[in-house]
Design a protein around this ligand. Structure first.
Ligand SMILES: Nc1nc2c(ncn2[C@@H]2O[C@H](COP(=O)(O)OP(=O)(O)OP(=O)(O)O)[C@@H](O)[C@H]2O)c(=O)[nH]1
Ligand SMILES: [Mg+2]
Length: 428
């Protein structure tokens, strides 16, 4: 694996990972071991060297230390033994717990949320992305602020200190609140510009298809393979942050706009979702959603659920959706057998040209909808214009006082507006 991390700092983070499994976590049904595996990937993506992993089962977290006192000692010994300078927790800690642990252990204490925010900070390239990440980081930081300045300046660079910059982290709450207000104002402007773009796209009638899915599923690879787009692809989490759109040509020659989006992950930090709403809502503009799944992942089912939950949250769950079970080239035969079949579920590999053709065909079919004939009375101009709105009129013929229209319907528009037309359908 390449270890390019574009914001790598001089200080190498050497970390012990810690996972506390409480009764509450058990009830969520999330497998803590798989979550921990993902934390290892997240840490590596952030350029951290993972030295050891500690686990504890406990009914509830300790209010002072998060983990039990004995485990704190174990962590100290592991850190000394391995020469670690950081501990990364798989669950979210309170500000007080971070401070207590930092003081007692002389280690930098990071939690999953902070690690994800840090990766995002290293990735943000566009103005919108940079504003959104800083906003999320400051919203996370604000309630945890008091007394942290000392430790952060002592510990210097590395993860958890990237992004807004140390000097800002050390300033007082009021300063941060002002900065948050300022960022929100800037974001509002960006959102307005984005809305104007959307409006223009909508008016131009461009059909939009969105690639969504869990991080590392292969969305950017598919965008690249399907459109020759020059996008960043890496075997690491959150390679893509800002949405990229490219024109995709369908077999009929018709063109649609294909958009690659930020990957989802379980326990996506709340502040991040809130800040990235404007970006994520691009999905709502799509006529069709392609849900890309890493079919080879042992966490496939969980990952698919996370994606559906986030789509529901964004109000995009009702969109026409096709599931692309990607990476079939590296799946075990048993893994492939278990997958659902049918036109809405394809087993593919982004590297197989035949599969790419199949994807183009499926997109075309799915967008095309059915072709129906309508008999509209000559004096119902309102219905004729409605027909033009819900599909493409292929043919029209006059028959006494009526007009016969042969229309290829746009599924989504027809479902939304077409109810008035139902009684005029000519049964064949
Ligand atoms: N074997 C195999 N690897 C694939 C396939 N598609 C993508 N990959 C690999 O999976 C890794 C992640 O691919 P990306 O396209 O960056 O994934 P992404 O969904 O855009 O990820 P994020 O931007 O991080 O959300 C890369 O190493 C790709 O080369 C595939 O069909 N088969
Ligand atoms: Mg990507």
């Amino acid at each position: 694996m390449t270890t390019t991390h574009d914001t790598q700092t001089d200080i190498q983070d050497r970390a012990i990972l810690v996972s506390l499994v409480t009764d509450k976590i058990k009830r969520t049904g999330i497998d803590p071991e798989l979550s921990l595996q993902e934390l290892v990937q997240l840490a590596e993506t952030a350029g951290v060297e993972v030295l050891d992993v500690l686990r504890q089962n406990k009914e509830t977290p300790d209010s002072k230390w998060f983990i039990g006192k004995g485990k704190v000692e174990e962590l100290r010994m592991a850190a000394d033994g391995f020469g670690a300078n950081t501990a990364i927790f798989d669950q979210e800690l309170s500000g007080a717990q971070v401070r207590n642990l930092e003081e007692a252990l002389d280690l930098k204490i990071i939690d999953r949320t902070q690690l994800i925010l840090d990766i995002f900070a290293g990735r943000a390239k566009t103005r919108e992305g940079i504003i959104q990440v800083e906003l999320a980081q400051l919203s996370y930081l604000l309630p945890r602020l008091s007394g942290q300045g000392k430790n952060l300046s002592r510990l210097g660079g590395g993860i958890g200190t990237r992004g807004p910059g140390e000097s800002k982290l050390e300033t007082d709450r009021r300063h941060i609140r002002n900065r948050i207000d300022e960022l929100k104002r800037q974001l509002d402007e960006v959102v307005k510009t984005r809305e104007l773009h959307r409006e223009r796209r909508r008016k131009s009638g461009a059909v939009q298809v969105a690639l969504v899915g869990y991080t590392n599923a292969g969305k950017s690879t598919l965008l690249k393979q399907l459109t020759d787009a020059d996008v960043y692809i890496e075997n690491q989490l959150f390679a893509t942050l800002d949405p990229t759109s490219r024109v995709l040509q369908l077999p009929s020659g018709k063109e649609v706009v294909l958009t690659d989006t930020v990957g989802f992950i379980q326990n996506l930090p709340h502040d991040l979702v809130a800040s990235f709403r404007a970006t994520l809502e691009e999905v709502n503009e799509a006529n069709l959603v392609l849900h890309v799944v890493d079919a080879s992942s042992p966490m496939r089912e969980e990952q698919m659920e996370v994606v559906q939950a986030i789509l529901t949250d964004l109000g995009a769950a009702g969109k026409p959706q096709i599931t692309l079970f990607n990476k079939s080239d590296i799946c075990q035969p048993e893994q492939l057998e278990m997958l659902p079949a049918g036109p809405e579920h394809l087993k593919i590999s982004a590297f197989n040209p035949e599969d790419l053709t199949l994807i183009r065909e499926i997109i075309e079919d799915s967008l095309a909808g059915d072709t129906l004939t309508f008999r509209i009375p000559g004096d119902r101009g309102d219905l004729s214009s409605l027909l033009y709105r819900v599909g493409e009129v292929l043919e029209q013929q006059y028959d006494e006082n009526d007009v016969l229209y042969n229309v290829r319907l746009n599924k989504e528009d027809y479902e939304k507006w077409g109810y008035k037309l139902a009684e005029f359908v000519v049964q064949e």
